[in-house]
Design a protein around this ligand. Structure first.
Ligand code: GLA
Length: 711
């Protein structure tokens, strides 16, 4: 039987899938475009790997789902059972069908009574590829699915470094960059949400890859529940990476005729560094994933750090009034507005406005916001159920729990099982009543509980069904209330991924509003996510989560390349702070239209203390560059900052912005364009190759450079 080849091209890249002797397709080549007349079978022969000594007589091949039944002895792509029998599948390719933008492969294993579809699609423009698989039980008895990856890819061994994002509460999106080791690297979330500690995205790259140089391959799994990413050095040489939903024991059983669809994994590659990689991801998310808000991204004030649980209708109306005076455009009422909710011990699940603090419901506050020209938004945590709530008392069987077993509470609450139609219907009714009761156009949808005993009434694991139920509820609400915008929040940024982002258009990145911490988080998150999705709020001068002071200049600067807001009561700001805030907000409003489409990415400076980020307009006419000194500089005088991504032949006038300029009292610390009369005009290419000198910056301060194309 012969080998077949399936090719995908999009201008600057080629991907080739190969099926040897009608086996499972496997990636043969992914890289810069190959000539149109490249003969695939010659390429296949040219790249055929040796069979290593001392092992099996077949080369181990990383097919789409590596199969132990074909002699694969490293991490398999699937683990299936009928009763106690482990199935050693040997799928064979029955047909390959070219689709508009990709391929669908149909495979069958008649011995195991299974069929499998593999789908891959290439998105023109961003060049991102999307893949998933669907497994069907063609047999007469139940099939236990212990594991089913979305995809496995063989990695070129030259990709020796791995970048992933880890973290914890108030310190999400921490970049972890490490060499690929000899032992497998496995990253899992078993907490039923995307998690603080394991972002389901990954970059594998050549050693030393930086913003503008080095080959990088990347994936993101579009799934908001348990997940697992693996990078493994294979016994016989080579590397594989896999992305999968993590299935708990007994979580998926397919009855005869039933099928299981894996979450989609998205793939992206850059031949030229991390900046180009991020920009591809951003373009893909903007074009294909995230619902577009109806208008510009509104500057908001969120009541949490301004009032915590201590509020009522009058106090919130006054806060909204002060917010409007600063140029804020949306007021979001956070936790504490519903019955029984004086602290975090009670009330979640009942979703009725507190009769003492909001006696006429939320309509009067909504109306006041409208009168002030503000949109009105509301915090909800639909999956949360306080032990002290009517919902729990009436329906203890609706929560995720293992019958007969105590489970630890998290923030005094359980999780409502959204796999249950009754629980979903209840939430649908409560949320739609709320949305009709007041002019609410924005929901901050929170989820504050790691799942532990995540089983349904029959005792079977239920995370997967919960996540699918959540997606369904969000989809139904968005359909019924088409102008509703939803922000995804989970104790900060614990549920941000490309699954939830098909339904939500803003991410509450972290409960930490310290601008220095946020700069680090945002620059790392920018690897995978576009800037304008990231909610970033200007908090009190002394951060509530780190205790560190930051002046207002740094707080506003750190919010420019994001979706800005305020997380404080403006009454606590000094006059100078209020003046600065007003000007910063109006600057953001003037820039936000092009910023929402701009190329925003972290750029390199050799000093790790200096965090530089650039935003270049899609038409190359304007760019903004922020530089924040996160720490004491490595050298007495910083080296020049080189700015990539400008139109090479265009000429740019480079000037500091007076709102975010170095403190003039630092006199001789100025340099280059920051010197009096220092404004320069240089070609884009020169700015990339030579750069501009930076002033000496004190730790905890930052600057903004404005670059306007003049010819
Ligand atoms: C979570 C969120 C916060 C806030 C509180 C309210 O922690 O991340 O922003 O909404 O809940 O209880």
């Amino acid at each position: 039987m012969s080998t077949t080849y399936h090719r995908l091209d999009d201008g600057d890249q080629t991907q080739v899938w190969m099926s040897v002797e009608a086996g499972m397709p496997q990636l043969l080549y992914w890289g810069d475009s190959l000539p149109a007349d490249c003969d695939m079978s010659t390429l296949g022969r040219a790249l055929q790997a040796a069979v290593p000594h001392g092992g099996l007589d077949v080369a181990e091949s990383v097919s789409w789902l590596p199969e132990p039944g074909r002699g694969f002895t490293d991490e398999p792509g699937l683990a299936l059972r009928r009763g106690a029998h482990h199935l050693y599948t040997r799928f064979s390719l029955e047909s390959a069908q070219a689709t508009d933008q990709g391929w669908t492969f149909h495979l069958r294993d008649p011995g195991a009574a299974l069929s499998l579809e593999l789908h891959i699609e290439l998105h023109a423009g961003s060049g991102v590829l999307s893949a998933h698989c669907r497994l069907t039980n063609d047999g007469c008895d139940a099939l236990g699915v212990d594991a089913l990856a979305s995809l496995a890819l063989p990695l070129p061994t030259r990709l020796r470094e791995r970048l992933s994002l880890t973290g914890r509460w108030a310190a999400e999106f921490q970049a972890a960059r490490e060499p690929v080791g000899r032992a497998a690297w496995v990253q899992e979330s078993r907490v039923g949400r995307t998690s603080h500690h394991a972002y389901p995205g990954l970059v594998l790259m050549e050693a030393g890859t930086h913003a503008t140089q080095g080959e990088a391959w990347s994936l993101q799994l579009a799934w908001s529940g348990n997940h697992r990413l693996i990078v493994q050095a294979l016994r016989g040489g080579g590397l594989q990476m896999q992305a999968a939903e993590l299935l708990l024991p007994g979580e998926v059983t397919l009855e005869p005729g039933e099928c299981l669809k894996s979450p989609t994994v998205h793939l992206c590659r850059s031949p030229a560094g991390l900046r180009a990689l991020s920009l591809r991801w951003h373009r893909f998310l903007r074009e294909r994933v995230v619902p577009k808000p109806r208008g510009p991204r509104l500057v908001q004030l969120n009541s949490w750090e301004a009032a915590y649980f201590d509020h009522d209708c009058l106090r919130m109306q006054a806060l909204a009034h002060r917010a409007a005076g600063l140029g804020v455009e949306r007021f979001v009422l956070d936790d504490g507005w519903f019955a029984g909710r004086r602290d975090d011990r009670a009330g979640l699940g009942d979703w009725e406005p507190c009769p003492e603090r909001y006696p006429q419901g939320l309509a009067p506050l909504g109306a006041r916001c409208q009168a002030l020209g503000l949109q009105f938004g509301l915090w909800v945590e639909p999956e949360g159920v306080s032990r002290d709530s009517a919902l729990y008392r009436d329906h203890p069987d609706w929560i995720l729990s293992v019958p007969g077993l105590e489970q630890p509470l998290g923030r005094h609450q359980y999780v409502l099982n959204l796999g249950l139609g009754d629980a979903r219907d209840y939430l649908w009714r409560k949320l739609s009543e709320l949305l009709r009761s007041a002019p609410i156009q924005f929901l901050k949808w929170d989820m504050n509980r790691d799942m532990t005993h995540a089983a349904g009434p029959g005792g079977a694991s239920a995370v997967r069904q919960h996540v699918l139920g959540l997606y369904r509820l969000m989809d139904d609400l968005r359909q019924a209330f088409p102008s509703l915008e939803i922000e995804t929040c989970a104790s900060g940024g614990a549920r941000a991924d490309l699954g939830i982002l098909q339904r939500t258009s803003r991410i509450w990145v972290s409960d930490c509003n310290d601008p220095l911490e946020r700069q680090r988080m945002h620059r790392a998150a920018l690897t995978f996510l576009p800037a304008e999705l990231m909610g970033v709020h200007i908090g009190a001068a002394r951060s509530h989560t780190t205790g560190r002071y930051a002046d207002i200049g740094l707080r506003t600067l750190a919010s420019l390349f994001g979706h800005p807001g305020i997380e404080a009561d403006p009454i606590t700001f000094s006059e100078a702070e209020v003046r600065h805030l007003r000007e910063a907000i109006s600057f953001y409003k003037a820039e936000r239209t092009w910023l929402a489409e701009a190329e925003v990415a972290a750029i390199d400076h050799e000093d790790p203390a200096l965090l530089a980020t650039s935003a270049v307009a899609a038409d190359g006419r304007r760019a903004l560059v922020t530089v924040v000194a996160a720490d004491r500089a490595a050298h007495a005088v910083p080296g020049p900052l080189r700015v990539p991504g400008l139109v090479a032949a265009g000429h740019y006038r480079v000037s500091p912005h007076p709102l975010w300029a170095p403190d003039p009292r630092h006199g001789k610390c100025a340099a280059g364009p920051f010197l009096p009369g220092g404004v320069v005009t240089l070609a884009g290419q020169t700015l990339h190759r030579a750069g501009v000198a930076l002033p000496i910056l004190h730790p905890g301060t930052g600057i903004l450079l404005v670059l306007d194309r003049v010819r």
